[in-house]
Write a protein that binds this ligand. Structure first.
Ligand code: SF4
Length: 246
């Protein structure tokens, strides 16, 4: 379990950028590649998220992992989740998930019951008190919303597209275990229409939708088989994104 609370102002883990001063006629010629600037930016956002999660979870007397488990369970209702699913969704070990769930049981925020789907399996569900606390912990990342609003509508669409590409790659590398994204869903039909506002189609709800509606964590997601996923990805990339002017 990660017990080391980060300091919001601590940046020692960030990779250093090359010095701007140097012998070169134009110092920017020797400066670091754009990839490194993006990496540093992502690290800064990650640091802010980690710091905020410690702060918010701490106010509830929870660790961030415990807070994340409550936020995860809030959408599961009475069916709850198995311990292995909790660990997979949070990309933590089974032992870490088990420790956190045990603490939450002791705090009367979650309970272990027989799974309604499989009587032999144990499901973890929220107690009434846990539902109240979960509603608060689920919004701990909302502080970032006003920073996203700093982006224009077109920038938001391009940013979302970039995130989808990065998360898909992380998933392929096994570094993100669960990503219920449209681009990997069997209901996704990319670029089916010529309408730049709504080029895609969701076969589940039989409706067209745009790049700005692409989901990263859809509850109705069903994974496409590898061949369909490959075809859809190619088709999705075949068109440039369709950001609309502000
Ligand atoms: S079911 Fe959800 S993830 Fe799948 S295409 Fe529709 S909106 Fe996207």
């Amino acid at each position: 379990m990660d017990n080391s609370q980060p300091d919001r102002d601590t940046e020692s883990t960030l990779p250093a950028e090359s010095p701007i001063t140097g012998a070169s006629a134009n110092p920017f010629d020797a400066s670091s590649a754009v990839e490194q600037h993006i990496l540093i930016g992502l690290e800064k956002i990650g640091l802010a998220l980690k710091s905020q999660s410690w702060q918010d979870a701490g106010q509830q007397g929870l660790t961030p992992t415990q807070g994340q488990i409550l936020a995860l369970l809030i959408d599961q209702g009475e069916s709850g989740m198995r311990l292995s699913e909790v660990a997979k969704n949070l990309a933590v070990t089974a032992a870490t998930a088990s420790d956190a769930v045990t603490s939450l049981v002791e705090k009367s925020l979650v309970q272990k019951t027989r799974s309604p789907q499989d009587g032999r399996a144990i499901a973890i569900t929220l107690t009434t008190q846990g539902q109240k606390v979960a509603a608060q912990t689920a919004s701990w990342s909302d502080f970032l919303l006003n920073t996203v609003d700093e982006l224009s509508a077109a920038e938001q669409v391009i940013f979302l597209r970039g995130l989808i590409k990065m998360i898909r790659k992380l998933q392929a590398q096994g570094q993100v275990s669960v990503a219920k994204m449209c681009v990997t869903c069997q209901f996704f039909q990319p670029n089916r229409y010529s309408d730049a506002e709504r080029p895609h189609h969701c076969a589940l709800v039989n409706a067209p939708f745009g790049d700005r509606h692409l989901r990263l964590n859809c509850a109705e997601h069903l994974a496409a088989d590898s061949e369909l996923a490959k075809q859809n990805w190619k088709r999705y990339l075949s068109q440039s994104s369709h950001p609309q002017p502000d």
